[in-house]
Design a protein around this ligand. Structure first.
Ligand code: COA
Length: 153
């Protein structure tokens, strides 16, 4: 992994701070960049920032997990995106580690996501496991269900 060129800080931010990267990275062909739950008070949004501005974003929100209905306090990870010129430098890792700690601090016991097939290897590096067969999201492409258990603090 390439070392981060400069300090990256992670901050909880308002949903709209994440929209530019969502648009550029996750919806380059158009498509909705504001999603149900963005403004839910339980949802939190993280931004990784350098002196150049926001270089990575992600969202965590409480949501039932269809693969682990017995989970006591499941959360969904969504909207994970790193600015292209900063990829492979640890921005995504910093955001996920920080987010998992914040979920644990809020009493969550599991985090799940619909992972793009191209990003599944990243989530595996973060400790997530694939729990589904591949499935398609129209207009976006192949995905797999992934999850990680977290310990409440
Ligand atoms: C997936 C994404 C968020 C990863 O962010 P990143 O900042 O580049 O990730 P990091 O640099 O923190 O990588 C952490 C580790 O995962 C690995 N990794 C990163 N992206 C990977 C990928 N797509 N596949 C496999 N491994 C990957 C890195 O090599 C690094 O490995 P290491 O533990 O050996 O050092 C970024 O590539 C991205 O924004 N992709 C496009 C949008 C997307 O697919 N988002 C996910 C939607 S579900």
């Amino acid at each position: 992994m390439t070392a981060l060129p400069e300090p990256v800080t992670v901050e909880e931010v308002a949903a709209e701070v994440t929209y530019d990267l969502r648009r550029a990275v996750l919806r380059p062909d158009g498509g909705e960049i504001t999603w149900a739950g963005d403004e839910d008070p339980a949802t939190f949004h993280l931004a990784a920032c350098t002196s150049d501005g926001v270089v990575g974003v992600v969202r965590f929100s409480p949501a039932p997990c269809r693969w682990r209905p017995e989970a006591r306090a499941p959360w969904q990870l969504r909207g994970m995106a790193t600015e292209p010129s900063m990829r492979g430098a640890g921005v995504g890792r910093t955001l996920v580690i920080d987010g998992l700690a914040r979920v644990a601090a809020r009493g969550g016991d599991l985090v799940w996501c619909d992972a793009r097939g191209t990003a599944a290897g990243f989530y595996e590096r973060m400790g997530f496991a694939v729990v589904t067969e591949p499935f398609d999201k129209p207009g976006i492409g192949p995905h797999v269900g992934m999850l990680i258990e977290v310990s409440s603090t």
